[in-house]
Design a protein around this ligand. Structure first.
Ligand code: FPP
Length: 250
């Protein structure tokens, strides 16, 4: 199962406590640590967290610097724990605009955890889905049409997603807003969407359980009729593509 999360609400969480926005992001980083551990104990194979969108570069310099510093610190302090718990770390997004220290840490975290297989943790940093779609389209070229899986591989290549992650099954957005904000647009084609008012720093293991329980109650049809989507998967039909759900999903 692939769960993706748009972590929203750090600023409001801080404001409610008369703290500055940076304190909200630090609380958000602590929530990331807890959710990663919690997700690894469940049937989640891939967890993708939207940590820094390409549009976040337009925030005040102080906030940008402190956010990127938090990402580096997270990788620095959590990589060994991830390795010990067999969590593979991967940073997806552009790499041409990140500082050398962060890039070095990303490469180190990815190398150290490359053999880990319990869960694939993907942090999206300087990530824009529209940018990725356009870059992947430039790679396609040529007269031969591509399968969705081949296109997914192109997307993975331009966003440094290693290994290629399957389509998103459940997309959670915290903080009360109901939009995708340029996150995994292709990969969420058939994702179940779950919006919660909980602010990200308050999103804990119980909130994750509730989200997974809600997902389990949803019926996924992939544009087909109830029951048939599952049969097609079993028969090696459309669901054979990793773009679509695996047949053992609820
Ligand atoms: C949106 O909340 C959140 C972000 C732009 C950054 C997300 C970062 C973290 C959760 C912490 C660091 C991450 C890692 C991986 C260590 P917002 O600031 O827009 O909140 P608001 O809408 O309430 O102002």
């Amino acid at each position: 199962m692939h769960v993706a999360i748009i972590m929203d609400g750090n600023g409001r969480w801080a404001r409610a406590r008369s703290l500055d926005r940076q304190a909200g992001h630090r609380a958000g980083a602590r929530a990331v640590e807890a959710i990663v551990r919690s997700a690894a104990r469940r049937a989640i194979d891939t967890l993708t967290l939207y940590a820094f969108s390409s549009d976040n570069w337009h925030r005040p310099q102080l906030e940008v610097v402190s956010l990127l510093r938090l990402m580096r610190r997270f990788l620095l302090t959590e990589t060994e724990r991830c390795r010990a718990e067999s969590i593979r770390v991967n940073v997806i997004g552009r790499r041409d605009r990140l500082g050398e220290a962060l890039l070095k840490q990303i490469r180190h975290s990815e190398e150290v955890t490359a053999g880990c297989a319990r869960m694939h943790l993907r942090l999206a940093i300087d990530y824009s889905s529209r940018w990725a779609l356009m870059e992947a389209a430039r790679l396609v070229g040529g007269p031969n049409p591509m399968s969705p899986d081949e296109y997914l591989a192109c997307l993975a290549r331009v966003t440094h997603s290693e290994p290629v992650a399957p389509a998103v099954d459940l997309l959670i957005r915290t903080g009360g807003e109901r939009r995708l904000s340029d996150f995994l647009l292709w990969e969420c084609a058939y994702a179940e969407l779950l919006f919660t008012d909980t602010l990200w720093p308050d999103f804990d293991s119980t909130a994750l359980s509730r989200a997974l329980a809600e997902y389990a109650r949803r019926e996924r049809k992939f544009g087909q009729l109830p029951g048939i989507a599952r049969a097609a998967a079993g028969a090696g039909g459309l669901q054979e593509s990793s773009m679509l759900a695996r047949s053992d999903h609820p």
